[in-house]
Design a protein around this ligand. Structure first.
Ligand code: ZN
Length: 247
């Protein structure tokens, strides 16, 4: 099985369309979505409509999906995120709001190889920022390859009997990593709609379970158009600016 893995789309239609076009010739049979479809970006309904039409093999909610659909209050959000998520809630059609509210929480087992979560397998809202977080997440995962989102940083860690290390130190993209038997892996495919690792290009990944390979990609998309949409909708200017910085 070959999966397309996407996360943290954040209502960025320009980035989403570019990623899907780039992924089209890659021969993926199924899609895995790691949450945060909405929040920050200008097109929450268009993204919900498209992801619903995709009928992903596995789809879990992110923290912005919970708040954007009214499942949780925006109290924990900073001022900018809060103002964007209130706007998102108002924009969402009743049907899309209901659909988002009903999305399952992670973690979710996909198959013998893969488990997905938004933040970590032990807490859907926790962030993997450092090595200790990564180790904790790996030890709580029930499958050899755990895919996560939430940090908007494209990264992959491995854990063998001998060592814990970084699979993604190489800057080259696409970058393919072979998943060795007996090792554990923790990968973030990167954010489609709001990268924060200093590279403004949209991130995504593919996993080939037969070849036991994961490949991470970055693709340029029309950032100026996504920025214009954010400003057009009256969302905070900083949300447009950060797209160009990848921060
Ligand atoms: Zn997110």
């Amino acid at each position: 099985m070959r999966y397309l893995v996407i996360s943290d789309i954040h209502a960025n239609l320009e980035a989403y369309e570019t990623v899907m076009a780039e992924a089209a010739p890659l021969g993926c049979e199924q899609v895995l979505v790691l949450g945060d479809l909405v929040g920050y970006g200008a097109d929450p309904n268009a993204i919900c409509d498209r992801v619903r039409a995709l009928a992903p093999h596995a789809l879990i909610r992110g923290n912005h999906d919970k708040v954007g659909s009214g499942v949780e209050s925006p109290e924990g959000f900073n001022a900018v995120a809060r103002s964007a998520i209130r706007w998102t809630y108002d924009q969402l059609s009743p049907g899309n709001r209901e659909w988002l509210a009903a999305l399952p929480a992670g973690p979710m087992i996909v198959d013998d190889l893969i488990e997905i979560c938004h933040g970590t397998p032990f807490d859907e809202d926790a962030y993997v920022f450092d090595d200790l977080d990564a180790l904790r997440a790996m030890h709580s995962a029930r499958r050899p390859l755990c895919l996560f989102g939430h940090t908007h940083v494209q990264v992959g860690h491995y854990l063998s009997k001998e060592q814990f290390g970084l699979s993604t130190a190489d800057d080259e993209r696409p970058l393919t990593i072979t998943l060795e038997d007996g090792n554990r892996y923790l990968f973030n495919p990167g954010s489609v709609g709001q990268p924060r690792d200093g590279d403004p290009r949209a991130g995504f990944a593919t996993v080939d379970t037969a070849a036991r390979e994961i490949t991470i990609y970055r693709v340029e998309y029309p950032i100026a158009q996504a920025q214009a949409r954010i400003l057009e909708e009256g969302l905070p200017e900083v949300l447009a600016q950060r797209l160009a910085l990848g921060r």
